[in-house]
Unconditional design. Structure first.
Length: 196
């Protein structure tokens, strides 16, 4: 099970979700089991030497197909939370374990995520379940995620490295300086930011 709620999603009330959907945004859910590794600071001298712990996820095949269609149509895929981001990127980059073996065949171009089925038509379930230990840090080439809603994270944390990989270090430093100057709340039950 999960050791914590995927807290970025706590910002979304029922009325807010309805308002977002009324603008034509498709809202989809997946199952996440947030692991303790999410909260561990990076203690290695070199960030790339840090080892992520595996986190469990379940994604519906319908959602996978919709993401492929969105990428093929060059539409934006927005994740809510860093665990969601790691789960989707782990799946589409081939960095996941579905119980039988660890996949390691990355998608070379974001557009190819639209065609790559990874054999899921052979699976009788409506869901893909697996674990991922993908570590996303600056220099990572995102496969599916274009934008992200996330909380403000601690220094030397893997979520902060992930948002820096998506937005760029300078943009994140600017956002964090503004957050501190304006008294934004950090961590799980704090304020959120939208990275476009």
């Amino acid at each position: 099970g999960s050791i914590a709620a995927p807290t970025a999603g706590l910002h979304f009330t029922g009325p807010l979700l309805e308002a977002i959907a009324s603008k034509g945004v498709k809202i989809r859910e997946l199952t996440l089991h947030v692991g303790v590794g999410t909260f561990r600071p990076v203690r290695t001298k070199m960030a790339e030497d840090h080892c992520m712990e595996r986190e469990y996820f379940e994604i519906s095949k319908a959602m996978i197909a919709e993401i492929r269609e969105a990428k093929a149509a060059r539409k934006r895929v927005i994740a809510v939370g860093t665990t969601t981001t790691r789960s989707l990127e782990g799946y589409f980059s081939g960095r996941f374990n579905n119980g039988s073996k660890i996949r390691s065949s990355p998608v070379s171009h974001p557009e190819s995520a639209a065609q790559d089925t990874r054999g899921e038509e052979m699976m009788p379930s409506r869901f893909i379940a697996g674990t991922t230990d993908i570590f996303i840090s600056p220099g990572y080439a995102f496969q599916v995620i274009d934008s992200l809603v996330t909380n403000f994270h601690l220094p030397r944390s893997t979520p902060l490295m992930l948002v820096s990989a998506l937005a760029g270090r300078e943009m994140i430093l600017t956002a964090y300086n503004e957050a501190i100057s304006n008294g934004y709340r950090f961590l799980s039950y704090g304020d959120a930011m939208l990275i476009l």
